[in-house]
Design a binder for this molecule. Structure first.
Ligand SMILES: [Fe+2]
Length: 278
């Protein structure tokens, strides 16, 4: 089992070469989307092997939203399990959402209705996934822009209930908390302080932008904003030494710009947790 500490970055094809050839001691681990690597050879396999020689790897899935009504197919989870065990990942994460229905993949992270039935479904999916992967499962809080039906509870209550009843771990996306807080009107610091710290195994930060009408959009294509750096510091002071990942999926800037963001995250990590790499 790999030990994951400090700041990491998502391994993306567009920045892989710069990452492999740069001297960036701030990068202590990388995250991959396993969908790009399961049962796959060629360029992706080579990229994965180069990364695995150098850093611990954590896996973050995009397709097995744990709120899905249908269980995942064994034809996918079996080779996924083999990859995760080969990489010795400490946990595997998926989103607390659904991404398809009636056998149709919608290629989006869609919010669940915040009600008892959705809690039961998500808990069942999480237990099945943990059993089939034989690994701890972490769920990620998503950003969302509209409620599916009339909510019976807040997003935070829904998340806490799922965590408690399924005994899942949490991949806490701090940018998603910020975006939702702005769009749905709650205090992001109170939200984070309400989460039991022992649940949090990983943190995401990313960029967002604000539309002229005030709606905040989670883009993964902009630089991390000051308010998210501040919220990250609050989060680390609450949760302790939890690894932090910079997510950048589009509009990839120069390596120098990304490296500057990674340095800034590392400074916050050391200051907030009391860890010193020196
Ligand atoms: Fe995220």
């Amino acid at each position: 089992m790999q030990t994951v500490r400090g700041v990491g970055i998502g391994l993306r094809r567009a920045l892989a070469e710069a990452l492999f050839t740069s001297d960036a001691p701030e990068v202590r681990w990388v995250e991959i989307h396993p969908e790009n690597y399961v049962s796959r050879g060629g360029y992706f396999r080579t990229m994965l092997e180069r990364a695995a020689e150098r850093w611990p790897i954590v896996t973050h899935g995009l397709t097995l939203g744990v709120g899905a009504v249908e269980p995942p197919e064994a034809g996918y989870t079996r080779p996924l399990r083999a990859l995760l065990h080969e990489l010795q990942v400490p946990w595997h994460s998926e989103h607390l959402c659904f991404s398809g229905t009636d056998g149709v993949m919608l290629h989006d992270l869609l919010p669940l209705p915040f009600d008892e039935q959705a809690i039961d479904t998500a808990c069942a999916r999480i237990r099945e996934l943990r059993d089939s992967l034989e690994l701890p499962v972490a769920i990620e809080n998503i950003s969302f822009y509209a409620h599916l039906g009339t909510p019976r509870m807040s997003e935070l209550q829904f998340l806490l209930e799922v965590l408690e009843r399924s005994d899942a771990k949490l991949l806490l996306d701090v940018n998603n908390v910020y975006v939702n807080a702005k769009n749905h009107g709650f205090d992001p610091r109170k939200y984070i302080s309400s989460i039991p710290r022992e649940r949090v195994v990983q943190i995401h930060v990313a960029g967002h932008f604000t539309r002229p009408d005030g709606l905040v959009i989670d883009t993964h294509g902009d630089a991390v904003r000051q308010e998210v750096y501040d919220l990250l510091e609050h989060t680390l002071r609450h949760a302790g030494e939890v690894p932090v990942l910079l997510e950048r999926d589009q509009n990839i800037p120069s390596w120098e710009q990304l490296h500057a963001e990674l340095r800034r995250l590392d400074e916050i990590y050391q200051r907030a947790t009391g860890v010193s790499w020196a």
